[in-house]
Design a protein around this ligand. Structure first.
Ligand code: 13P
Length: 250
């Protein structure tokens, strides 16, 4: 059985005190849950949020990292630094990094290998733009992103990776994919994992949906057989709405 995994991607928002208060609010109100929960604050607040979530059932995720272990890479952060701060997960290849900052599948693939080698769980994002969807290219685009971003992983390594399907047109737009649209892509992705790896890997990998997930649409999305969680942007920035999504997942 795949454990449902809800993660909040705070992106480049929050002040330090807001980030700490948000983390504290989630920790205090979450209580016992069978759902896996994580928050991904901006990297400069990872340390503060790590203190706020320490010993709780809220895991810590980074939003990005660099693939090199250390050295002269001004402005970059390594996997071991993230571990040092208490991170368990790292989001890699988010569409904002792919489309705004020019990250390629090759870049993402290097990061995925470095993250796994260091002991972090990568949350690898894939998803088509509106033009690609309208041109009927959704399946080929997400397959290509998966093949490129996940190249060279062993079956065992792949089993521990989390994939986030985030259609670009649904991110921050309020235009959520219908449960059927999302499930179709998730089912295709699981078939791809079976083809590229094997049925055990396909059964083990968690595939989150991301893109305008809110408390009122989360239940229908998470009720789909191949949707194993959510990567939440805007609705993860308020304790109530994030906890509402977690409640809908139960
Ligand atoms: P929204 O939930 O704000 O659409 O953002 C989704 C996302 O990009 C999460 O990584």
């Amino acid at each position: 059985m795949r454990r449902t995994f809800i993660a909040g991607n705070w992106k480049m928002t929050q002040t330090r005190s807001e980030a700490v208060a948000l983390a504290q609010g989630i920790v205090q109100q979450l209580g016992d849950t069978s759902i896996e929960v994580a928050v991904a604050p901006p990297s400069v607040y990872l340390d503060a949020v790590s203190q706020a979530t320490k010993g709780s059932n809220v895991g810590l995720s980074a939003q990005n990292m660099y693939h090199e272990a250390n050295g002269a890479f001004t402005g970059e952060i390594s996997a071991s630094m993230l571990l040092d701060l208490g991170c368990k997960y790292v989001i890699l290849g988010h569409s904002e990094r792919r489309h705004i900052l020019g990250e390629t599948d090759t870049d993402v693939n290097r990061k995925v290998h470095a993250a796994i080698a260091a002991g972090l769980v990568p949350i690898v994002c894939v998803g088509e733009t509106l033009d690609e969807r309208e041109a009927g290219q959704t399946q080929s685009v997400v397959q290509q992103q998966c093949d490129g971003s996940l190249a060279g992983l062993t079956n065992e390594q792949m089993s521990g990776v989390v994939i986030a399907y985030e259609p670009v047109w649904a991110i921050g737009t309020g235009k959520v994919a219908t449960p059927e649209q999302a499930e179709e892509v998730h089912a295709d992705l699981r078939k791809l994992l079976e083809t590229r790896y094997n049925s055990d890997v396909a059964a083990a990998v968690r595939i989150q949906y991301g893109g305008s997930v809110k408390p009122d649409n989360a239940g229908d999305l998470l009720g789909q057989p191949n949707i194993d969680g959510a990567l939440v942007g805007g609705a993860s920035l308020k304790v109530d709405s994030f906890l509402g999504i977690i409640a809908a997942a139960k």
